[in-house]
Design a protein around this ligand. Sequence first.
Ligand code: G1P
Ligand code: ZN
Length: 543
Amino acid sequence: MSVQTIATQPIEGQKPGTSGLRKKTRVFQGHHYLENFIQSIWNGIGGVAGKTLVLGGDGRHFNAEAAQVVLRMAAASGAAKVIVGQNALLSTPAASNLIRDRGTDGGIILSASHNPGGPDGDFGVKFNTPNGGPAPESVTNKIFEATKTLTEYRIFEAQDVNLSILGASMLGDTEIEVVDPVAEYAKLMERLFDFGAIRALFEGGFRMRFDAMHAVTGPYATAILEDRLGAAPGTVVNGIPLPDFGKGHPDPNPIWAKTLMDEMMGADAPDFGAASDGDGDRNMIVGRGCYVTPSDSLAVLAANATVVPAYAEGLKGVARSMPTSRAVDRVAAHLGIDCYETPTGWKFFGNLLDAGRATLCGEESAGTGSDHVREKDGLWAVLFWLNILAAKGQPVSELMAAHWRDFGRNYYSRHDYEGVDSAAANALMDDLRARLADLPGTEAAGLTVEAADEFAYDDPVDGSRSEGQGLRIDLTGGARIVLRLSGTGTEGATLRVYLERLEADPDKMDADPQEALAPVIAAANHIAGIADRTGRTAPDVIT
Ligand code: G1P
Ligand code: ZN
């Protein structure tokens, strides 16, 4: 075995986005592509000599090969130790937990989250810092800078490490410890939640369906829900992780988890349904005949947090990404705690969690989490819901109705226009940005614009400023439109239009969200000229 120093040159476009570097799998498999990026991570974080890292991924196509490259490159640059999930698998929240729990120097997560996998799908690499969270912009900027000046990378010439057997081995001077990906995570969940109450719920005949979407959460869900909590065998479906996610799109929302939605809306539906995404950090919550939006879910968790042992003392504060509905703001006001509004992307929650300013965080894109790790956590959200349902003894639909009566209902929807010509999408945003100052006081589809700006975030903990984080337009009566371009797509541009309207009248809380939001949708089209600029008359995905 010997260290090879390979000459290379910068590869354009290796700029980490909302969540790490995400590209087509074939791009990552290209000559030097992965190696360049990994070496740039090492260079950007000041080297890995003597450091301990965690490594795992969501099991998608190229996961196993990429993990071997990372190990050989960590060893070639003198890492002391790499803790790897068995078969190179770790859900994102489990990786975050290991990074923290073992006091490591960070970790590499191989995942493109909810994006489809396979040779023609997507792949991704993310670096997480020692707090267990995604690297903040200060770090990703250094990594990106390093990609631009790279001239060589170092890699061990060696056989593949056998990652199927638990235990330690050496790769050069680097210890490779293969760990059970589920064990530590399951222990953490057991510490946070009232497993006794949830077990009693299942013993009482409560029925659940968990769709793991052939992604990484399958083994976690089976071990926790069926083996530890006594949910009926078969509760977890699509529980075997597959490199192409069974040709599915592992994004837990009503569109991509349609089979689950159909079951939950059908006759004889289970009491509770849930799904998770490719790397296990997202969640979808659905009761019998009752879909819960991620924004509402965050609000319900906040309102009922004290029934969970880990949060019995109350919440320090809550945080949501800017486009997430303001349902949780109303709960925070009621509880008298702070509510932070951050840019899109989990990395912006890290400082608030580390500083003890927020306990719960959430994003409209099916991400919910707390200070137990530094990533959003799909199964954690599901267990949180189960804990609440066990404590309240109410069906999901009743719980939601009661919540809306208490706090009002924030009707909410996101419209995505995918694969839009990048120039057209940028022109739409540039044009709207230029008109923002003139919008207040104008009317659109019968609604008056009250305020309009481009969101910028001043981090209250480290004072850093993040600009250009989405255009927001407040309308009369608590309605709001937000527009931003996706930072995780791999083809053209994806325009996201976030729509929200507050309903305080208890008699009007059962409407179809698209109908309830019709005036806001019309106003968005009018103000931004979406059809004219994109050539699209309807969104590709509505969640
Ligand atoms: C999307 C979501 C965002 C989430 C991110 C990573 O990013 O909108 O909330 O944090 O995926 O899971 P976007 O494509 O909008 O930049
Ligand atoms: Zn994910």
